[in-house]
Structure formats: structure tokens, C-alpha cells
Write a protein that binds this ligand. Sequence first.
Ligand code: AMP
Ligand code: GLY
Length: 427
Amino acid sequence: MNILIIGSGGREHAFAWKIKQSPLCNNLFIAPGNTGTAMCGINLPIAISDFEKLALSSVENKIDLILVGPEEPLVNGITDYFNQNKNTRHIQIIGPSKQAAQLEGSKAFAKDFMIRHNIPTAGYKEFTVNDFDAGIKYLTEHSYPVVLKADGLAAGKGVLICKTVLEARAEFELMLLRSKFGEAGKKVVVEDFLEGIELSVFVLTDGIDFLILPEAKDYKKIGKGDTGLNTGGMGAVSPVPIFTEALKQKITDKIVVPTVNGLQKDKLDYKGFVFIGLMINKDDEPMVIEYNCRMGDPETEVVLPRLQNDIVELLQATQTATLKNHLIKTDERSAVAMVAVSGGYPGEYKKNCTINGLNSYDLPDSFLFHAGTLQKENEIVTNGGRVLVAVSYGEDIKEANEKSDYLLQQIDFENMNYRDDIGYEFL
Ligand code: AMP
Ligand code: GLY
């Protein structure tokens, strides 16, 4: 079959790499893709928001299946667009409907969903400008730290952990009265602060049944030891040592099953990945921090290397609602992803820096996924904050970490920065 991947990051390169290994994949296209995806298939210069062009190109290229990488097109209704258009209706599209994607697109929608289906999550209240004074009162009486969340998509920046009432009130005011996050912050969810260890679980659902993929933990802070500003993700590990069989069972019973059943009860059309961000507290109890309606980045870069199944078979089974006939097969080795970023990221950074060393290594257990890279004449240059993702297998996290670190030592571009401590709590 002919497959189209939508997106252009390390996640999409990892999907392209995995899909290309399937004997079921005939032609592979990526829109718009990057230098890495171009090594696996054909890049189409179409923006992820241009549904019309994506549809035209899908017909022209006889696409049978589309995998949507990032959340934005899903939240904007790409699945509905393809399903409602008579020329593209026949194309299988992996990703939830616009309404179901609200699980990620609106924090208030996700909280309502969790409460309605009895899924453990932090206590919260939501406010708009109309109940601003009630919000200030709520913040004044709340314990600290407290978490403020812009309701809508805010490119990963909409969550603020406030240590004092002063800070919380100032941020609350910035969001509701001064549009700090634009439309996304017109509604604010004020949430209790959860303590514990974070962990991400990835579920593939056909709307009835589900499979749990290998779990992962990502490292969001820019600095070593989880310090400094939040980023899109500086690295990831899989497996996560705290994810025991007992904890997996608990997460399945208390969170995954009620989530999938809740989608059905609420008649939310969902064929795709559910990324569940969890906090595991000191009593080993899982609570949901957030839902995402797609796979994570850089989590995908460790999850897919550990997945031994044919991914195309799983995606087809998602469409035909036959996931129950499949079992997930997992590589027992550990995988560690380390992201090389442009100096200055997540703030201002330079683009167009020559990347050296891309072909100078030959390491059997390591590979590179491209994120923000661009082919320019005879060289590959940086084209984003997150530039490259080194992934390695190891007998344990320590070995995988060392191999990814070694691989990134072979690569060089101006002001390149990365965290060599990915997985540090488990070394
Ligand atoms: P999100 O943008 O929803 O992924 O949130 C970003 C990060 O904020 C999460 O990965 C957590 O580290 C943190 N976070 C979000 N909600 C809470 C909470 N209720 N308690 C503690 N930390 C949180
Ligand atoms: N790594 C976090 C995310 O993909 O949202």
C-alpha cells in the first residue's frame, strides 16, 4: 500500500524508518518531511495545515493510508476533512476525529472526560474572564505550588507551575486579561500540583480494543539534572524501570480501559494513538496529567525501535477494528534518545549551520533521526531548535546512554547542545 506521513520532526523520521521496513509498504511519502525522511521516502512540499493540497496530493499519489504525526492538524479536523471528502473517503487515516482530538486540544474537555469516566487525575477548577474574581479567590485559598494551564494548544508552553500566590495571581491575570497565550488562554484550568515520577504510556486504539506500546519517559528541561526552561523534549528512555508488571496492570485497569470505554460511551470517533502522560505518586498510584492525541516526540524515537511488530499491520488493524487479533512484541533491550539542539534553544537560536560528521560513523546499535535539518546544495544544515536525535540500544539504560552520547560526539554544528544525562535517575 501507499502511505503518507504528515509532519516533519524526529517523530516522523522514526515513523518513516519503521514503516519503510514493512513489506506491506509500497510507496512512502512524507509531507513536508525533512532530510531524514527523504532517505526513507519521497518528501512532498505541503504544509501540515493545507488540507486541500494534502487531499489533492493523496489522490494523485494513490495513497491508501495516512498517519498524522503532530496534534495541530488533528485538532483542526484533518480526519473529518478526509472522511467527508468523496475523493479521499476511501483513504484510511490514523488519528482521531476533530471532536475526539479535543482530549488534547482542550484541557477543560480532557478534565471533564476524566471526571465523567472516573479516571484518576489532579483536582481542578476552570475559569474564564467572566469569573475572574472567583479565580483570584480560589488561588488565594489554594495550597502551593499550583498549576495553571491554558485550555487550548499553546505549543507546549501553556502549563505554568507557580510556587507562590503572587506568581499565580500575576500569571492568571496575564492569561485572562492580557491574552498571554492568545485564544488558547481564554479559559484557564487551575490544577492541584502532583508529586511523583512522570511516565508516558502509549495506546493504539481502533475505537473498541487497544494495544499498549512500550512505555517511555521524556526529559523536557533544557539543562542537565532537569534544570532550566521547558523544551519540546531533550531525550527519552524506554523501558522505564519503575514500570513493573503490577504498575502496568494498575494503569491498564484504572486508566487505559476507562479511557477507551469512555471514548465509546461518549461516541468519540477515535482510531489512533493516545499518549497518556502520567504521574506515579509515592504509593505507586497513577494519575493522568494529560492526554495527547498522537505519539510523543522524542518518545516515538525510543518506542518504535523497541516495537518488533510490523507497524503497518498494526495501523491497518486499527482501521479495520481488528487490533484484538494482535499482540505487541517488544525488544527487551533499552533505548535512549538524545536530542542535539541549536545553541539558545528553547529561546532564540541560529539556523543554517553546517552539520559535520553525519556519515563518519558506523555503529551497529545506534542511529540518527533527523528533526530540524535541511539539505542545501551539497551539505545538510540546521533548520530548527531540535536538530538531530541520536538513538541507541543497550543492555541497560546506562549502555544505551553511553552509545548515544558517543554518536553525538561524532557530530558537530555551531553551538550544538545536548543533554548527556538522559535517563540519569536510572544509570
Ligand atoms: P503538559 O504541557 O500538559 O505536558 O505539561 C507540562 C509538564 O508540566 C508536565 O510534563 C509535568 O511535568 C508538568 N505538570 C503538568 N500538570 C501537572 C500537575 N498537576 N502537577 C505537577 N506537574 C504537572
Ligand atoms: N515529548 C512531549 C510531547 O511530544 O508532547
